[in-house]
Design a protein around this ligand. Structure first.
Ligand code: GLY
Length: 362
């Protein structure tokens, strides 16, 4: 029976694993200099396996849907243990701005139908009556793709972890091996270590082919003179770039996200801000009147096949990382998988596809 668990990384995945494991009775330590920050703090908060889906990525779709099914219970348990994470169930709409986009949307809709997901196609006029101020010639309604307030979520996870006795070590992990995690200023002994260090995971194990994929977001707020934000998450592709507007309670809107291979660069560039604003005003022109509250950049933990790495790397060392564009979505299934392995039980369905050795590296 494992008792001591060390979790390397205090983002949404590390905190979820730590909370669920501590709630299940394990003695848990999280190693992170700034828990609750990083990519999870910058995220848009979409829980969107269907609108992130693309032909050839069925394993990610199935795993994402498995996690989405777990989200309502996860959020309810978290509300009891640490605070309401702000799960929004208003759904998602994917907008086509012109005929070319409408063709692309048709490809997505056909694909989703072939894998058995029903989506509703609406006209531009129907879209405007559902979401005043949102432009488009056609749209797909995807009511099952949800969203969460990433910042409330992180605060709730930290509170829930503390409530269940999770300890936090303010340090950087340098090496993970059976029985301990070495850090810059010492080591943390453990029976099991979980690497949940996001874009920095590759430094901790050779099998973790994770690279940073920079994303910039803007946070905006409606003013008295502007239209309120759309009620649903609105997604589109503008000039080949995916863009989304995710409403938050209280008139805020998260506008994301750029996507660049830029190493570990986390600066917000003028180009990123321009691209996001130019894209957003094509979809929701009223955004020009909004107050610009914040710009931020984060590093997604990208994998070559868009699937995460969840599973045993070696004796007493597990991976829970590489969630690409889907970290918040996949937090519940990842935490449940780790706790199942600790308990000696079977992991949730579809997790096997995310085995960390699937790409051949050991
Ligand atoms: N999940 C959306 C993104 O990574 O930008």
């Amino acid at each position: 029976m494992v008792n001591q668990l060390a979790v390397v990384g205090g983002g949404v995945i590390g905190l979820s694993v730590a909370w669920r494991a501590a709630a299940a009775g394990y003695d848990v330590t999280v190693i992170d200099r700034s828990p609750g920050c990083g990519a999870s703090w910058v995220a848009g908060g979409m829980l969107a396996p269907v609108t992130e889906a693309w032909p050839g990525e069925e394993a990610a779709l199935h795993l994402g849907e498995e996690s989405l099914r777990r989200w309502p219970a996860f959020a309810a348990a978290l509300a009891e243990d640490g605070g309401d994470p702000g799960l929004s169930t208003t759904g998602t709409v994917v907008v086509a701005l012109d005929r070319g986009d409408a063709d692309q949307l048709g490809v997505l809709a056909d694909y989703l139908r072939t894998v058995g997901r029903e989506v509703e196609s609406v006209t531009g006029r129907q879209l405007r009556s559902l979401e005043p101020g949102v432009s488009g010639v056609r749209a797909l309604l995807v009511p099952g793709d949800l969203a969460v307030d990433n910042r409330k979520l992180l605060r709730s996870l930290q509170a829930a972890a503390i409530r269940h006795g999770v300890k936090f070590v303010d340090d950087d992990a340098t090496e993970v091996e059976t029985g301990r995690v070495r850090t810059v200023s010492g080591e943390v002994p453990c029976e099991v270590a979980v690497i949940a260090a996001g874009a920095r995971s590759a430094r901790l194990h050779p099998a973790l082919a994770v690279r940073p994929l920079k994303g910039e977001i803007l946070r905006l707020r409606a003013r008295r003179t502007s239209l309120p934000p759309p009620s649903r998450t609105v997604r589109a592709v503008v000039e080949g770039r995916p863009i989304y507007l995710v409403p938050r309670a209280g008139g805020e809107l998260v506008l994301g996200a750029t996507q660049y291979e830029a190493g570990f660069d986390e600066t917000v560039s003028a180009r990123g801000v321009r691209e996001l604003l130019e894209g957003a005003e094509r979809i929701f022109p009223s955004i020009d009147e909004y107050e610009l509250v914040e710009t931020a950049a984060g590093l997604r933990a990208a994998s070559v096949d868009t699937l995460p790495f969840i599973g045993e790397l070696g004796e007493g060392v597990f991976a829970a990382t590489g969630h690409h564009r889907n970290g918040l979505l996949m937090a519940p299934v990842t935490a449940d998988a780790i706790v199942a392995w600790l308990d000696g039980a079977a992991p949730p369905p579809h997790v096997e596809a995310a085995h960390p050795h699937r790409l051949g590296a050991k």
